[in-house]
Every structure is written in C-alpha cells, then in structure tokens.
Design a protein. Structure first.
Length: 117
C-alpha cells in the first residue's frame, strides 16, 4: 500500500491508500439468488428472512471497503420476528406500512453488518 501526505489546515497527515472491491463470482451470485427466490416463492414468503440473510451474508463476505472486509452477523431467526411484525403492520394498515418496511430492513441489515478487523 502506498502512503501519501495530505495537508489538512496546514498540518500534514499520513493516510494509507486502500482499495475497495467486491470479489464474489457471477455463478455464486446467480446460484444464491435463484435458491433464495425459489425458497421464498415455495414458502409463500415465510422463509424470506432465511433467503435474505443467506444472500446478504454472501454479499458482505465478498465486500472489502478501504481494505477492510465486511461481515454480516444477522440471522434468519433474528429477522423472522421483525418480518412477521412488519407483515402484520402491512395488513393492519392496508399496505401503507410497506413503504417503511424497506427502511426498517435497511436499518436491521446495517445494525448487523460490521468490519472483520
């Protein structure tokens, strides 16, 4: 890794140049995605948390940001309780809550994603 000096308000700061990349393969992605979709369809959405955590865990495992690999610590069981709650809220609100489900899922995903090192 190369280092370069950066001037910040007249004070030189050394910063490591690092790379961000994704090292997953297309065949793996297609396999995990097809498996996740099939499981979700055949379970009428009940196993979506398992499919989601499986696919997102694979993505996180193959993602490096500024030289630091990501790790997903969420579990299907941990997401399942939220998933049921979100479905109930969507039914009660005639689908209006579904606009917030995406944000709730992103928050849950972010809380369970961290750097390995």
């Amino acid at each position: 890794m190369n280092t370069r000096a950066i001037i910040n308000e007249g004070i030189p700061i050394m910063q490591m140049e690092t790379k961000s990349y994704f090292d997953g393969g297309l065949l793996q992605f297609i396999t995990w995605t097809v498996l996740g979709v099939l499981v979700t369809i055949f379970s009428f959405g009940l196993f979506f948390p398992w499919a989601f955590t499986m696919i997102y865990g694979w993505k996180a495992k193959h993602t490096v940001i500024e030289g630091r690999r990501l790790k997903f610590t969420g579990s299907a069981l941990g997401l399942f309780g939220n998933w049921v709650k979100w479905w109930i809220l969507c039914i009660i609100t005639f689908g209006v809550y579904s606009f917030w489900v995406f944000l709730a899922l992103e928050r849950w995903k972010t809380r369970h994603t961290l750097f390995i090192d």
